[in-house]
Design a protein around this ligand. Structure first.
Ligand SMILES: O=c1ccn([C@@H]2O[C@H](COP(=O)(O)O)[C@@H](O)[C@H]2O)c(=O)[nH]1
Length: 269
């Protein structure tokens, strides 16, 4: 299976539009893996997680026909994960294609934003409201939504994705996982785990994971045995406010056997 990291930044992107912090300045100078757009991952050509405001750029940069997406999983409603207005441009009157059904999975708040953006337009989306821990057979995978610790005002979701014989944990956005999610993970085995490390070295691990929380999660996964032999862990969703360049992140995580994702990275499972 092809796992394509389309974007790997948190809310602001790196460098961030108006920001003059050292990380943004250095990212502008160095370019390459230090340029990060808002987070989304594509699995093969037909399953995608989240719909950030950089989706048009992703399609142009990587030559992706977004109509090939059969299943779109939405984690939560924040604008770096769901730019609902751009979902509306698939509707009749805007796009002169999009006859294929695109199935969209998520919770109530993201759907509310998409419905508002569609504003009665005729479209070929089919919406499936998912319930945490209840498996769903999508067009392309078996998906289990898991609870995240992210925004207390919303049911934010992580996803377990079983596709073509491989199992992936899509673990962002979330701070230290809620108890129910740890309990669910205990009996599972993954080929690939995607975690976030938005906040770098900050002390707390609520809403987003920091470096320590990622390392502790890896230790827990090793001890409990939820990683299949040869399984890989990738970190993504970085904030410029963490003050860490790609090279710094690699220095931190590589000794622990954790890989640092970057925009455009393709992992073959
Ligand atoms: O305590 C804080 C304060 C600010 N941030 C910033 O928020 C974004 C993350 O936004 P999400 O929409 O939650 O992805 C991050 O880039 C920081 O700059 C924070 O994370 N924590």
């Amino acid at each position: 299976m092809k796992v394509h990291f389309l974007g790997t930044a948190a809310y602001e992107g790196i460098p961030s539009l108006f920001c003059q912090c050292l990380t943004c300045k250095q990212a502008r100078e160095r370019g390459g893996k230090n340029i990060r757009s808002r987070t989304s991952v594509m699995f093969d050509h037909d399953l995608k997680v989240d719909f950030p405001p950089d989706t048009l750029m992703h399609s142009l940069q990587y030559g992706i026909d977004m109509n090939s997406v059969k299943d779109l999983l939405i984690t939560h409603s924040h604008s770096d994960h769901l730019y609902a207005e751009d979902m509306a441009i698939r509707a009749k009157g805007y796009a002169q294609s999009g006859e294929e059904i695109m199935h969209v999975y998520g919770h109530d708040l993201p759907f509310r934003l998409i419905f508002q953006a569609l504003n009665g337009l005729k479209h070929n989306y089919q919406f499936h409201r998912v319930i945490p821990f209840q498996p769903v057979e999508t067009q392309t995978a078996t998906v289990v939504p898991l609870l995240a610790d992210h925004d207390p005002l919303e049911t934010c979701l992580l996803y377990s994705i079983e596709k073509n014989g491989k199992t992936i944990l899509y673990g962002n956005d979330s701070g230290w996982f809620p108890d129910e999610t740890w309990a669910w993970l205990k009996n599972k085995q993954f080929d690939l785990v995607i975690l976030e490390c938005t906040t770098g070295r900050v002390g707390h691990r609520n809403n987003h994971m920091n470096v320590d929380a990622v390392l502790e999660t890896k230790t827990w996964m090793d001890e409990v045995g939820v990683l299949k032999p040869g399984a890989q862990i990738y970190v993504t969703h970085f904030s410029h406010n963490a003050g860490l360049l790609h090279e710094d992140l690699v220095d931190i995580f590589q000794p622990h056997g954790i890989e640092v994702a970057y925009d455009g990275l393709v992992v073959e499972l």
